[in-house]
Design a binder for this molecule. Structure first.
Ligand SMILES: *[C@@H]1O[C@H](CO)[C@@H](O)[C@H](O)[C@H]1NC(C)=O
Ligand SMILES: [Zn+2]
Length: 396
């Protein structure tokens, strides 16, 4: 009786809370306007275009080769990474490196630390890598914060690497989520997204650009962003063409490919795709692949090594991290100046590994047990969505 007056009050408070919730959602980002090249200038703004940054001639432009691997890093695939990349150098004697779009489940963080210390880039590919694809297509900003923002903290902690070294993301299944990934990137100080394929802007290839203004890129896996998100970079996945001239954004998604035991044909296939860039406008050449494809096809692996040996001996080709490509685009310099630069410098970060487990996690009500190699003290439960440091008690 005494409290009955409170009930309407609660409803009012509740209604007010709901109102402020929905007005937050209404505070949408502004729609991006057509790009104005006079207003949009480097280093922090670039219109979507196939023009070479800095108005360089193609022959003066470094040809960047961007090798990326996706998903968890474990004791099996790290063997391939070591074989392919250890002691590999570009012509300027700087380490030839790759970018790893890391997903959390089953990742061994001691190995993440190892790859980081070899100069490779660790980037974000979500905590859960959930299916179905609509989970990502319909993902709002809050989901992106928990999948990627929290993954940055998780990875920094368990791999003992600096959070600010993680600058980029790739969406699982390359499934775009409209504006929400880019809005999240602004909040978590992430610089670029490398999830957006182009199949029409491949010859000449599309160079990286920012989302200050409307993108002219073809949207292969909608929804693509249409809001203005200042200073956030799109590193387009310029598709390869397979033997039937069909586009493919990842090498392992090409359909018309040479026979899997024909090393020479695979080498020619790779070089043909490379030359579209090298003999064209030198847009960064993406070699986007999953490790299993190389492991299960030794001739493809040998062709890849041959290709890398070739480009590592070319005076104007450089295998670098995705983030290094963005940094060059922001401040483009001709190749003769680029080769004189000192190599990228970073502080190595030690791992004192612990073997953690069994650790329990609960997803969709199913409890699973995991083992995890960590460079930090063992968590009480398996790190997961909403519990990125594994500090909450294990599910029972
Ligand atoms: C992105 O933001 C713009 C501008 O607010 C809006 O018009 C568009 O519908 C949004 N896209 C998605 C997929 O939500
Ligand atoms: Zn993946």
């Amino acid at each position: 009786m005494r409290w009955s007056w409170l009930l309407p009050l609660c409803l009012v408070v509740l209604a007010a809370a709901q109102e402020s919730d929905s007005s937050e959602e209404e505070a949408t980002l502004p729609l991006a306007e057509p790009c104005d090249p006079e207003a949009c200038k480097l280093p922090n703004c670039r219109c979507s275009s196939t023009d070479i940054p800095g108005n360089l001639q193609a022959r003066d432009t470094p040809q960047f080769v961007l090798l990326t691997f996706d998903d968890a890093i474990n004791i099996i695939n790290v063997e391939t990474y070591r074989e392919l990349l250890d002691n590999r150098r570009n012509i300027n004697q700087c380490p030839a490196t790759a970018t790893f779009f890391l997903s959390h489940q089953y990742t061994n963080y001691q190995l993440v630390n190892e790859l980081y210390n070899k100069g490779h880039e660790i980037a974000l590919h979500s905590i859960t890598h959930s299916t179905p694809q609509t989970y990502w297509a319909e993902g709002d900003v809050e989901l992106m914060r928990r999948e990627f923002g929290d993954q940055k903290e998780l990875t920094a902690h368990f791999a003992n690497i600096p959070a600010n070294s993680m600058r980029g993301i790739r969406m699982p299944f390359l499934q775009m989520a409209g504006n929400s990934t880019f809005e999240m990137m602004s909040e978590f100080d992430l610089q670029y997204d490398c999830s957006w394929p182009t199949i029409t802007n491949i010859n000449p290839g599309l160079w990286p650009y920012t989302l200050d203004y409307a993108s002219t890129q073809d949207c292969v896996i909608p929804p693509c962003p249409s809001a203005s998100v200042p200073g956030k970079w799109v590193l387009p996945m310029v598709s390869w063409r397979d033997l039937n001239d069909a586009p493919c954004s990842m090498v392992d998604s090409c359909f018309g490919v040479p026979s899997f035991n024909d090393e020479d044909a695979w080498f020619r296939f790779i070089v043909t795709n490379f030359e579209r860039h090298y003999l064209g406008n030198r847009a960064p050449f993406g070699f986007f692949i999953h490790e299993w494809y190389l492991r299960t096809n030794p001739a493809v692996m040998r062709a890849t090594v041959r290709f890398m040996d070739m480009i590592n001996n070319m005076h104007d080709v450089f295998m670098v991290n995705a983030n290094d490509v963005i940094e060059w685009v922001k401040n483009p310099v001709p190749v003769n100046e680029y080769v004189r630069r000192s190599c990228r410098w970073f502080t190595p970060s030690t791992c004192w590994p612990s073997s953690c487990g069994p650790l329990s996690a609960s997803h969709n009500g199913i409890i699973s047990q995991y083992w995890m190699q960590s460079c930090a003290a063992c968590p009480v439960s398996y790190p997961w969505l909403n519990n990125p440091l594994g500090r909450n008690p294990p599910p029972s």
